[in-house]
Design a binder for this molecule. Sequence first.
Ligand code: NDP
Length: 435
Amino acid sequence: IKRNPHETEFHQAVREVAESVVPYVLEHRQYKDAQILERMTEPDRIVIFRVTWEDDAGRIRANRAWRVQFNNAIGPYKGGLRFHPTVTLSVLKFLGFEQVFKNSLTGLPMGGAKGGSNFNPKGKSDHEVMRFCQSLMVELHRHIGEDTDVPAGDIGVGGREISYLFGQYKRLANRFVGTLTGKGLAFGGSLVRTEATGYGCVYFCRHMLEQAGEGVEGKNVVISGSGNVAIYAAEKATELGARVLTLSDSSGFVHDPDGIDAEKLAFVKDLKEVRRGRIGEYAEKYTRATFHEGERPWGVKADVALPCATQNELSGEDARKLIGNGVRAVAEGANMPTEYDGVHAFLEAGVLFGPAKAANAGGVAVSGLEQSQNALRLSWSREEVDDRLQTIMRDIHGRCVKYGETKDGPVNYVRGANIAGFVKVADAMLAYGAV
Ligand code: NDP
């Protein structure tokens, strides 16, 4: 805390990992003697730079951008870029730290990183977003590469932004290589990448329920967010026979007691991905649904909750509401959406709780598969990528069970994910010696 003052999100992420990993490290002296956990909390490198761009009115604007290259012990750095006014160094350090464990859990050779800017794409024209992305890449291209660091999307960085970023990277580097993932299908993108985080989250949730002798079919599901992760989590949950009751954005949530089926979801995709509108419009179109301005969906009775919007969007109080309403499983589609006391409330109540680094690892896993396809100069079919995603999510679940089994209660997936993610990176760092 003294070394990183005011980095509250980063402290929160480290604290949650340390709670699981410290007892394990104390039982395995080789990690303690080599100070592995301490070393893992210090990023390898942070690049901070100014991004200057011109708005449509011809005014010069400036934002700050970062790339936090956290740990490359098991592979090139990999992690998304976030464009949102709430982005700070603390947020990116928490995301980069989590990414190290998540990428390790996938079983693929990927280190952890995160980056982004306090630029707000909302209300900006396509041309403004393009000029911002191109200017950002003028600096970022020096620090990334297909064997060095491979950025991807995150909040505020979707297909449009990745395309502008990759187009500029290719120009500056004069090489066509897979240095960014989440690319369009015409220029090296992978099928199923768009859907991967949401689909993967539901696959993980299904494994948790099956481990406890239940299934997804017939379950009522509450989802927050209406971005990339939320939309495809809703799609897969519906496909597997569940009923999705809610979606949200930063203006509030909509509750549809009939369920947000595939047809209604097509409306949401157009609303959020094409028109970039507000979720309240859903309740204007589907009049049995209600819009709850400024509220979050955790008071709606459900069997499964999938927080898929942003960090710290589910408090201890929200968790107690969900528990009171009989929630069975929670799988985090967003990164660190559940506050510290919320996590503990779920664990104490025996709720199956899938932490982000396990439950949302499907996105980065398919990004890893996009890198493999780029290196091979091949494109795999939709079935092949989805099969691999399902296998990866099953294996992540298995790794969590290995380290998270308890004697008398449900699997502690928080402990399981933290220790399983830690061990692979720690063993690589031990092998390297003092580096
Ligand atoms: P998008 O930008 O596509 O969507 C984000 C959604 O969350 C929007 O509905 C947005 O509402 C809402 N939201 C964002 N910030 C806030 C806030 N401060 N308060 C309330 N609502 C907010 O992002 P993604 O779906 O890609 O990402 C969502 C989460 O999933 C993030 O935590 C991200 O790190 C995580 N994640 C994403 C992966 C991916 O592959 N995309 C991979 C792994 C994790 P509005 O439209 O009003 O802004």
